[in-house]
Ligand binder design. Structure first.
Ligand SMILES: Nc1ncnc2c1ncn2[C@@H]1O[C@H](COP(=O)(O)OP(=O)(O)OP(=O)(O)O)[C@@H](O)[C@H]1O
Ligand SMILES: [Mg+2]
Length: 298
């Protein structure tokens, strides 16, 4: 079996939709038949509670990162088919200080998850990061094959983005992670009623071109509610615009990776409706396609 693809969901800015993207991308990949492992590497443990798991002392990768215990010991199943998790809890915050004193401190995570990536039977390993560029996040970026950067459709979006893209380049060119690539930029919390959202999307496209996913994730109340029920949005309200948007994003993610075959799951016709927003390609710059609202399903 091929090793898993390891995808970091990262942005040092807080509240931009990293956890929402990590949880829902992982859930949608699992729904499409890809065995997926979500690793929560944020001591806030939002991805952990977002999948309905408690924040349990000792349950995180902390013992592996500090004492080298096999990461496989920390894997837990979830209520969702094809989706496992390595949860987080507050102990993980301690790794920042402790790993810093170790030799080869940037490669600790890569070392401890190596066996799971090679032999764990997963197609994807998705890692959720904290909003910082501390040692834990640097470990994630050193362990990853590629990075999905969610950015919120708001005024300062581009500033944070250049920090991330520069860092990815530096990690690659310094030899710390020579294979690291930017998988793509996902625009989140898009508000079709505001010009600002459209302007921000266009500006990001002007700078980063086709690295920007065509799928836009709209602001959607259900996306905000789902974590408090411990569910990815597709299992919380399967027909809401948020669920459709993350399904559409996952399709695009797979297509861009030349993995566009349909899942073994038989999707009901309604599920295939592209209710996520998307912009029309460059021939009509700055004009996001009209939203296809799903009246009655919100
Ligand atoms: N598209 C959306 N529509 C509505 N609410 C959203 C959307 N995306 C995320 N949210 C909500 O916005 C808040 C921040 O999102 P999220 O936790 O995913 O961001 P984050 O980047 O992981 O934050 P942090 O930097 O603190 O880890 C959460 O309450 C989440 O439920
Ligand atoms: Mg988060």
């Amino acid at each position: 079996m091929n090793p898993a693809s390891v995808i970091a969901v990262a942005n040092q800015k807080g509240g931009v939709g990293k956890t929402t993207t990590a949880v829902n991308l992982a859930a949608c990949l699992a729904e499409r038949g890809r065995r997926t492992l979500l690793i929560d590497l944020d001591p806030q443990a939002n991805a952990t509670s977002g999948l309905g798991l408690p924040k349990q002392p000792g349950a995180s990768l902390y013992p592996s990162l500090i004492a080298g215990r096999p990461a496989g010991e920390s894997v837990q199943t979830t209520a969702f088919k094809n989706l496992d998790i390595i949860p987080s809890e507050i102990d993980l915050a301690g790794t920042e200080v402790e790993i810093a004193r170790m030799d080869d401190y940037l490669h600790r995570l890569r070392g401890v998850i190596g066996g799971l990536v090679r032999d764990g039977g997963y197609r994807y390993v998705i890692m959720d990061c904290s909003p910082s560029l501390g040692i834990l996040t640097m470990n994630v970026l050193t362990a990853a094959d590629s990075v999905v950067i969610p950015i919120q459709c708001e005024y300062y979006a581009l500033e944070g983005l250049s920090v991330m893209t520069t860092l990815i380049d530096q990690l690659r060119t310094s030899g710390t992670n020579p294979g690291l690539v930017m998988e793509g930029i996902l625009m989140t919390m898009y508000d079709m009623r505001t010009n600002l959202s459209q302007q921000v999307v266009q500006e990001v496209i002007n700078h980063y071109g086709d690295k920007v996913y065509e799928t836009l994730i709209p602001r959607n109340v259900r996306l905000g509610e789902a974590p408090s029920f411990g569910k990815p949005v597709i299992h919380y309200n399967t027909y809401c615009t948020g669920a459709a948007a993350y399904r559409q994003f996952t399709r695009e993610f797979l297509e861009r990776r030349n993995e566009s075959e349909r899942s073994t799951l038989e999707l009901k016709p309604r599920d295939d409706v592209s209710a996520g927003l998307s912009f029309v390609p460059s021939s009509s710059p700055s004009v996001p396609a009209p939203a296809m609202e799903e009246a009655g399903h919100e």
